[in-house]
Design a binder for this molecule. Structure first.
Ligand SMILES: [Zn+2]
Length: 151
């Protein structure tokens, strides 16, 4: 009750009521498992907005290739509420795929804990980056008005 009140308050303050789109990478899924974070709940807490979570085909393939240690992350990635994005590129190198996607259309917040990928993403203007800090999700370059404007 209190939570929903806070949520509606914060949305009237500066978040228009719309859906944010978050694109997950391989290591964010695994780090969420390691930190025992519920993705949907954690994102709601972090962004105070409804979120659609996207996982690309190559991220799924990477998780499969990584074997048993990433089995829980793979199961997490198969969440029925997540949207699977088909890939047309060759190979399973997800970092390039994610950078290409956000460069082509800046509609995603990218969720990654990978330092190299975060460095690459910072070069793309207007792409918020979500990562894990202190066992919770946090966003650098919070969505500004232009990002949140309906399109
Ligand atoms: Zn891909």
């Amino acid at each position: 009750m209190l939570y929903s009140l806070w949520r509606s308050l914060s949305s009237t303050l500066w978040y228009p009521p719309l859906l944010l789109q978050v694109l997950l990478d391989t290591n964010f899924l695994n780090m969420s498992v390691v930190n025992k974070l519920d993705i949907a709940r954690g994102m709601l807490d972090c962004l105070a907005a409804s979120v659609t979570v996207y996982v690309s085909e190559c991220v799924m393939a990477e998780l499969q290739k990584l074997g048993p240690k990433f089995r829980i992350a793979l199961r997490l990635a198969r969440d029925k509420t997540f949207v699977q994005l088909p890939c047309t590129h060759k190979g399973t190198y997800a970092d390039d795929c994610i950078v290409d996607r956000v460069t082509a259309s800046r509609i995603y917040i990218v969720a990654t804990c990978d330092r190299d990928l975060r460095r690459r993403l910072r070069k793309v203007p207007g792409v918020p980056i979500m990562y894990i800090s202190g066992h919770k999700y946090t966003v650098e370059r919070l969505p500004d008005a232009a990002f949140l404007a309906p399109r």
